[in-house]
Each structure stands twice: as C-alpha cells, then as structure tokens.
Design a protein around this ligand. Sequence first.
Ligand SMILES: Cc1cc2nc3c(=O)[nH]c(=O)nc-3n(C[C@H](O)[C@H](O)[C@H](O)COP(=O)(O)O)c2cc1C
Length: 761
Amino acid sequence: MAIASAKIDISDIAIITTVVMGVLTFLLRKPLSKVLLSSLTGVKGGPASLEVKKKDGNDSKTAEAPKELDPERDFVKKMREGNKNVVIIFGSQTGTAEDFANRLAREAHAKGLRPIVFDPENYDYQHLSKLRKGQEVLVWILATTGEGEPTDNMHAWYEAMVPDPEDLENCEVAEFADIDGVEFDRPLANVAYLGFGLGNTTYEQFCAHMRHINSRMKALGAKQLMPCGEGDDDANLEEDFTNWKAKIWPIICEHLQVGPSQGGADLTNDSGSTEPELEWQVEEVEEVGDDSAAQALRRGEMTVKSIDVHDAKHPYMASIPTAYDLSPTGERHVLHLEVNIGGSGMKYRTGDHLAVWPTNREEEVQQLLEALSLSAKADSAIKVTNTDPHAASAYLFPSSTTTYGAALRHYLDITSPPARDQISMFVLPYAKSSVARDLLTQLAEDKQAYAQGVVGKALTLSGLLAEVRLAEQLAGVNENERLVLPFAALLSLCSRLQPRYYSISSSGTTSPERPSITAVVLRYQPEGDAQNWRYGVATNYLSTITNYVNNKHTSRSGGIYGGVMASEPAGSAHSVTHLLFSDAEQTSQVRVPVHVRTSSFRLPADHTVPVVMIGPGTGVAPFRGFIQERIHQQATGATVLFFGARHYEHDYLYKAEFETQFAQLAQYNPESAIVTAFSRDQPHKIYVQHRLRERADMVWKWLNDLQGYFYVCGEARFMARDVKDALVQIAQSEGGLGLSDAESWVGSLKKFGRYQEDVWA
Ligand SMILES: Cc1cc2nc3c(=O)[nH]c(=O)nc-3n(C[C@H](O)[C@H](O)[C@H](O)COP(=O)(O)O)c2cc1C
C-alpha cells in the first residue's frame, strides 16, 4: 500500500499510515463504567503506558542543570551571524510544510525582511528562549501527521516542549538556554511568534501539532502576534496559506519596525518586470574526473555515496529481486515489489514503512528541458550554491555539482502545478511580451482562472511554459522576445522531490532482508484536460522498475522501454535510460533508493490475543506482514482479516497466499479466517463494514471479552469512518451500550492502542 505521497503529487496518493499509539502518550482520563474499564485496562501484551511527569510546586524547580549544547546546533547564533530577523521553523513529513517555509522566506525577502529557514532536526530547541521580541520574529510552519502527531523532523522538539498533550497548560517546563531575567515557568517570555498549521479535516485531530505547540508557546510565556493560521488539505490548503500570508506581513513589519510605514518594502514590482533576487546561483562548470565520476553527476549523487548509516537523508540503493503485477487484468494495477536491503545495516519491524525515492518520468524531464531551451545541455555539469552565505544550507542538492538533467530527474518536483504566488514571483518577471504577461498575470491573480487553467488541468511547469510559448507563437512574438525561464528561477519554483512512504507488506521476522511493498499505480486524466494522462510520480516509477525487472535482458540503452502490463494507456511507455543502476557489480542491476521509517502500527506481543484487521484494497499491505508474523508465532488468538475490493476475479490481492495461510492459522484457532467483501460483484454494494456488522457478536467477543486488537488500514474519509461507525453500532447492539458509551468504548480502545489506524485522506 502506498502511504505517503508528495503533497501535490496527487498521484501517489498514498499516504501514510500513522498509527494511533495513544497508549504511549495518553493516560485514560474519563473512565467508562467499571466493567468496561477493567476490560480495557486488563490489556494483555499491550504497550506499557508512559509515566507523564507533571509540573507541580517545587518539584519542577529542581530540574536538572541544562546539558552542554552543541554550538553547531544553535540556530539563534547562526541567525545572528547572518543578521536575520525572521526565523522560520518547519515540521514537514511529505514536503509541503518545508516548501511553504521556503516560499514564505522568499516572500519575506521580497518584503525587505531578512528571513532564515531552519529544519529543527538539525538544531536544538533550547535556544528558542534566546530570541528577542521587537528585534526577531519566530514563525512556525507545522504539518500534522499520524493521528495528530508531530512530523519526524519536529519529534525531538515536540517531545521536549509538549511533554503531556493532554495537559497543555500545566505540564513540565522544558529546559531552555539563557533564561536569566525571566520567570522560571515563562522561559519564552522574550519571544514573539506566529504560526501556520497544515492539516486535513478528514483526520480527527485537525492541525494538532501546530495547536499543541501554540498552546505550549503561550503557556511558556511567548507573545503571539496573531492567531495561528490553519490550512486544510482536504479543501484548499494553498488558498488558506495565501490568505494567511497576506495578513502576516504588516504585523511582522510593524513588530520589527521595518519597511515604509511598517508595511514592508515590497521589492517585487507590480508590473512584474523586475527580475527577482534569486536564492540559488547556477554556474556551468567543466566536468572533472574520470568517466564514472561524470556518470555519477548525470545520475545524481545518491548513487555514489558510500555511507554506513542509511536514513531519511541518506537512502540505500537497494536491488529489486522480485516485482510483479498482482492484478494484471484489473482496472487498476497493483504492484508487489521485494526490496533487497541485505548488507545495508537497515532493519525493519512488522508494520514499519519503506520510503522510496522516486525518479521523475524521463518524458517529463525531456519536456521541461525543452521548455527551458536546455535539451542540448542536459548532461552539462552545473554548480548550484546559495546566494546567501549565511543561509542554513549552502547547497540545494546532495552535492554542489550535478547536471541540468539529473537535477530535474532525481531532485526536483517537476510535476506539481506551480502555485499562484510562485507564478507571479518567478515566472511573470521573465515575460517580455504583453501576451505572456497577460496570460501569466491572469493565472496568478484570478483565482478562478488559476483553478481551471492550472489546478483543473493538473498543469505542470513544462505545461505552463508550453502554453505561454503557444500563445506567443500565435501572437507572432519574435523569438528573442519570448519567455525563457532561467534555471535559477526554476530552482525557486520547484520544491524538492520527496520520498514516498509505503506500509511494508512483509514480516520483519520472517523476511528481515526483503521488505516488500504493495502499491497501486496511479494514472488519471484530469477533468480540465481529459485527452491527456497524468502519472503519479512514485508509483509509475515503481511500475517502470517492475517492467524492467521482468524483462531485464532487454538492453537498457534502448531508450524508451515499452510497458508490459495489460491495458497500459496509450503513450505510457517509459524510458529506463536514466534509472539508477549498480555499476559496481557490472550487472546492470536496477537500484531503488530506500530507507526504513519506524511506525507504531504493531501487533500485540501476546499471540493469544485476537487480532481483527480491516484492509480493503492496498490497505491490506501491512496485514500481509501481520499474517506472516502470526503464523510464525503460531497464534492461538483468532486472526481475522476483512479484505475488500471491487471484483473477486480481478482484484483479490494475494488470494492463493492468503487462503493457504488462513488454513494454517485456523489450525491454531478455528476462528481465524479471511472475510471478503467484493463491492461490485452483485447489484448492491458490499463493503468491509457490512461484513463487520454481519459478525457483530464475534467482533464484540474478540474485542471486548477477549481484549483483542483492532486495526484499520486504507482510505480515511469514507472507509475508516464507516468502519468506526460500524464498531460503535456493534458496541450498542452487542454490549447494550448507549450511543455515547459506545463511542467512549471505541475512543478508549484507541487510547489504549487497541484500535490502531494506518489511513490516508
Ligand atoms: C499519514 C498522514 C497522516 C495525517 N494525519 C493528520 C492528522 O492527524 N491531522 C491533520 O490535521 N492532518 C493530518 N494529515 C494531513 C497533513 O498534515 C497535510 O496533508 C499536510 O499538508 C502535510 O504536510 P507535509 O507534506 O509537510 O508533511 C495527515 C497526512 C498524512 C499523509
């Protein structure tokens, strides 16, 4: 199952799993009736609850002396060395908040402010207290992930600043540096801040990460300059961000007393004719070194690094021993890929995620090179450096030198539609002809025109540039008057290509070196451009890899490589020329950059406890691993999988495998079974929640009487919600509870980690 897609990569709509391990972070606060309470707290094999320390009276004053901090991780020092006055800190899981932070910084710069962006993973939170209001402003840009959780890169800061999410007003005060002159429990009294939360209203805990940090900032004495903005990814995140941004500049400028009448010096020109100061400088350089070094440049640095520890910043180049289409005759193709991580030092546990670093489709890369008039220079070496010597990062890519082609292929998101403010800041200024200026101004300023002309068509940057070119041609604009976008401007326009996360569909115990993933290939025709196909970046990359693995004797230098799947849409041939290969082994073995992400989606340690899994479609992915694990444990508790799909004939994923495995599990417990719901095989739709209700008495017995675990993986908005409603109904009909007690019962299962979700919107 695909779990995390890049933001606008509507495509691999994937997305992650995030599991509720409430028990690790929450204490039960509202006990139910005694009977229910004892059934919930008597969890066997469940994770232990964490002791949450409270600040009370003198206790908190005896806090340990601050640890020696690494000066390299002091962001305030770095900020002051660069004479910056706006510090932007982002928490991002799939890249959107990071992109927003960078865009905000560019706009701040255009307003005459001096911004700097920090990834909290590289710095220590303790320095926050050194910020000085009136002279400096802190801006949080925080996405929420999991079930109301902080993003990985904010994890350490969040843990320190929000020790008890259930008691935001009154929890233990974190340690801060240099807090002389302020009250002990108000260490951030000198700090002025504002914030924007990214979230999705489909999730129960909307924008929880930003909201929790906001409450703690206030509780720790910081001055909030205006209420936090919130963006809803289920509605229009981009517009929410644009509206919030419009409000913050006068407030920041007034607070810092900068700019004409404190409104900020707007260095962008209304006519769009002034070229912006760009963040990145691009210099063409001679290629140095032998052939393999030159090749590495073309393929991206990811292939050549020799490192011991592989993580989110340093993927491992894994080979793919097996890959196939699980539903070759289905309307949608679901891929199964096994990834060889043997020898990498990486380990995974059942329920973890695998991040895959995709490569853009070669056709997209070539189209963009063409639109930039860089086709002839695709393999030219370039050095990309930050124009600001005090910026948090000097380089945009893993190394200072790459090629135009490799940058577009491996490092930049070139398929997401450019945002309105990006068009006005980084495309419009390069338009010389009035026809190009008019077209771009309309898209940048008219929301409706943008919604139809860019979003509705899922227009990529190369598509936008092609439309401008066509308009210029039709208007007879001279070649030397036509818009040519500089590569350095494109670097400000495109965000970084992000890894995509997939639930691992194998057991870490039985296949420790071969995690597998299960992903549906995303291809669609946008409403506004129904003639043309759009391709999800990562899943089509995986599809190309699958094709290659199954035909590996075909020459890879052949350029365009035809798809082998049935019902490939016309024109979907993929080029493998620029996939990554292992040259060291001289085997032309294709390599996929990956890393493992730990999750909290876990089976109970005690195999005698029943396990009920709801996994329609590719939501079945983590449960394949769970089933392997339960067989290995010879689980005597019931193991029950509710699987749903459209058609028995085409979409029953892992059918033969599951049938054999459940026959085996039934030997340990006769109630173990797979229950299927094929929605379109009869006139009326049947879904997993219907099957669940049909077995209400058993479900109640497994979960309430036997203290079983309940897992849901798949689509959040309808399926996960309907499944939860079905469980509430079961608690009413089988447990005799009123609606509110039934809801509390389900809520408490969640709090105790016995109802875990791995869902995506
Ligand atoms: C796996 C997953 C879990 C999420 N959980 C929540 C949540 O609990 N609450 C919420 O408001 N938004 C949630 N979101 C929505 C994200 O916050 C939103 O899509 C955001 O734009 C992602 O930003 P990022 O790309 O910087 O990580 C979740 C998204 C994903 C993919």
